[in-house]
Design a protein around this ligand. Structure first.
Ligand code: ZN
Length: 253
């Protein structure tokens, strides 16, 4: 028996950090408390909305990680004009972010691919069909997207809501819960999994959300961590970021 056949690999799955340093720091500390991991897999939107884009990039880059690009990452580097963002507040935050990012930060964000295949997983921000833009929120949209990735599982972010979709043997798409108490068991069926949002959760729980994939247990487990929301909000006020973006953090919406 070759020992490395059974090597247990653990990966932390982080989506939508959104320049929220307090949330990212709390998540990284929580990961450490839960035991060591081999790598962080980042599902896009590292920047945008929040007050600490530079610090978040720096902290992330001090950890072993891979990352795909999100729509906010693309806008904040100026690859696309922020006015095409549907939400004017997001566009305002993007323009502010573009002004504070260093050339090195821009270079880092610009180099992020839209899709990564790693082991049994495809990583994309929105969806495998339309990596920067499409939200996978319904079974119908998930069903279409199962044709757009070759690996058994796909990891996405973008909606900031933890969700799991599974393609069963009859070709039907079913949605499954994902929470701290209910993990996603990885079997033979294709699955699309969203581990929730780190820096701006939208499922009504304001705590930062992320997940851990354990290759031995074949399981993805969700974790929630409280962080200093008030401090993030104070920094946003100081930078004159849009009020709605500030208030939504404490509601988790
Ligand atoms: Zn996002």
């Amino acid at each position: 028996m070759l020992w490395y056949d059974n090597a247990v690999m653990k990966y932390a799955l982080l989506a939508d950090i959104h320049s929220n340093l307090e949330a990212l720091t709390a998540v990284l500390e929580d990961i450490d408390r839960n035991g060591s991991i081999d790598e962080i897999w980042v599902l896009g939107d590292i920047v945008g909305y929040g007050p600490d884009p530079r610090e978040c990039i720096k902290l992330l880059r001090s950890h072993k990680h891979i990352a795909v690009s999100g729509n906010h990452d693309v806008f904040c580097t100026g690859k696309m004009d922020a006015r095409y963002l549907l939400n004017p507040e997001a566009a305002t935050a993007c323009r502010w972010t573009s002004r504070v990012l260093s050339p090195e930060d821009m270079e880092y964000l610009n180099a992020l691919p839209e899709v990564i295949e790693r082991d049994d997983f495809t990583l994309a921000h929105g969806s495998p069909r339309d990596p920067l833009w499409e939200y996978i929120m319904t079974q119908n949209i998930a069903l279409i997207n199962f044709d757009y990735f070759r690996t058994r599982y796909c990891l996405v972010g973008h909606s900031h809501i933890p969700m799991v979709f599974k393609l069963d043997e009859n070709g039907n798409c079913i949605s499954l819960p994902l929470s701290e108490s209910i993990g996603a068991v990885l079997g033979k069926d294709k699955m699309i999994i969203n581990p929730g949002g780190v820096g701006q959760p939208r499922d009504g729980d304001p705590r930062a959300g992320y997940a851990i994939y354990n290759s031995e247990a074949r399981m993805i487990r969700m974790h929630r961590v409280a962080y200093d929301i008030k401090l993030t909000q104070q920094k946003m006020v100081k930078q004159n970021l849009p009020v709605r973006l500030i208030s939504r953090l404490e509601k988790g919406l």
